[in-house]
Design a protein around this ligand. Structure first.
Ligand code: GLC
Length: 423
């Protein structure tokens, strides 16, 4: 390990330690042990953040990684629903309502929204690090519940692609791919953040008839406001279905394993049929309009996400890597920008203060790096890992980074940027 790697490892370990939250919750009665994304701005347990934290912890303290995921699973509902945010501490709950535009369930301790199911992928990492069969066996059925929830409630018609009903359910909150549908200016202008918040309030007002008694299972597609098939969410779901299949197979459940493998393949095919644009060689989200399905033609990091799927054909993977390594789009000094530099909404310096509109994010890099390795693009993978490490080494663990000069933005001591230790 060189001195730069050692510095990054020490910083990541310190942030993961400083952001650890342990205690006893009254409702539901349990003990929690999780890592918050940031002590200042995000003190809660977040669904996909926690999974990323566990992946980093698997390299540093695998037993704590198990605790992180077990704590997240305490928030799983009988239906299999896993919340976007878990508000374990009573005294923080009012802050969640004032700081975030969210809908909290009637019980008061979790949101009714969800986030991409990174969990099975994280469990696989922790299982490989610990080989703790007792732990894995104790959560395997829960993992299947969580994944089945998506199929039952977000793709009840078996179309092959799961739906999100709010932009923040993708974890990519104000990404410019949602602009057109939400009526946000698709350019890099100062009013973007205010217009996005206004759009979210409009969405909630439309959902209002459901909101008082809204449950995570409420089907919001009838409102026709935001019925979105997100490429990133579907790729993460398919990748986790494949991970779950491997876990089930490792523990001697070949039939369930085969089912999840089939699900993963089904999603990959649906993405290629409905989201792949061969003319531009990229994937685009699709959403429902009164006139039918429409492609959200904004080139973003999620356009490249099918690279993480093993069964993405070679020719498509090659097209995606061509975009990734194009200096006019994604191959900037500190890749991977969340929105391609060729887009009018590209905001590298976080001037709009709206999330996922240009800066690079370590969690997206982590997935894309894995995809590059899966498809044998080793040289590009090495370069991406090196540049990600350089960015974190020079700016610290920040929420996101300027893809042009590596400057850090948003929260400081941001926990998922510790994923860099696995690169
Ligand atoms: C922001 C991000 C979301 C993340 C949360 C906590 O809302 O958009 O993806 O889960 O912060 O880090």
């Amino acid at each position: 390990m060189d001195s730069r790697d050692a510095k990054v490892l020490a910083e990541a370990t310190a942030v993961l330690e400083a952001n650890r939250c342990r205690g006893a919750a009254q409702v539901p009665l349990c003990r929690f042990d999780y890592t918050c994304p940031s002590r200042d701005t995000y003190p809660f347990q977040f669904g996909w953040d926690s999974a990323f934290h566990a992946i980093a912890l698997a390299h540093i303290d695998p037993v704590r990684a198990q605790a992180e995921l077990s704590s997240l699973l305490l928030a799983k509902q009988p239906s299999g629903f896993l919340p976007h945010m878990v508000l374990w501490q009573d005294d923080l709950r009012s802050r969640a309502a004032t700081d975030f535009t969210i809908v909290v369930a009637e019980s008061g301790w979790h949101t009714v929204t969800t986030q991409p199911p990174v969990l099975p992928r994280a469990v696989e990492r922790v299982w490989r690090a610990t080989r703790d069969a007792h732990w894995l066996d104790s959560i395997l059925a829960d993992l299947e519940d969580v994944m089945r929830w998506w199929l039952d409630f977000r793709d009840p018609d078996g179309t092959g692609l799961v739906t999100i009903f709010q932009p923040d359910e993708s974890g990519l909150d104000s990404c410019s791919k949602y602009d057109e549908l939400l009526g946000v200016p698709g350019e890099n202008t100062p009013e973007v953040a205010a217009r996005w918040h206004e759009a979210m309030r409009g969405l909630f007002a439309a959902y209002a008839p459901d909101i008082g008694h809204r449950r995570p299972e409420t089907d919001l597609s009838g409102h026709g406001r935001f019925v979105w098939k997100d490429v990133l969410v579907n790729c993460i779901f398919a990748d986790s279905a494949a991970a779950l299949a491997r876990l089930l197979s490792d523990r001697g459940h070949p039939r369930n394993a085969a089912d999840w493998e089939r699900t993963a393949g089904h999603i990959g095919r649906a993405l290629r049929e409905r989201c792949w644009d061969s003319a531009s060689g990229a994937f685009y989200d699709t959403y429902t309009t009164p006139d039918g399905q429409r492609l959200a033609r904004v080139l973003t990091a999620s356009s490249l996400f099918p690279l993480i799927l093993e069964d993405t054909p070679r020719s498509i993977a090659r097209d995606l890597v061509e975009h990734l390594t194009d200096k006019r789009e994604f191959w900037l000094p500190y890749p991977v920008p969340s929105v391609a530099a060729s887009e009018p909404s590209f905001d590298p310096a976080f001037e709009t203060t709206a999330l996922f509109r240009g800066p690079s994010w370590v969690n997206l890099n982590w997935y894309l790096l894995a995809g590059l390795r899966t498809h044998g693009f080793e040289r590009v993978a090495e370069e991406l890992a090196a540049r990600t490490k350089a960015m974190v080494a020079s700016s610290g663990l920040r929420e996101c980074y300027n893809p042009l000069d590596g400057a850090g933005y948003g929260a400081r001591d941001f926990a998922w940027s510790s994923l860099v230790v696995t690169m």
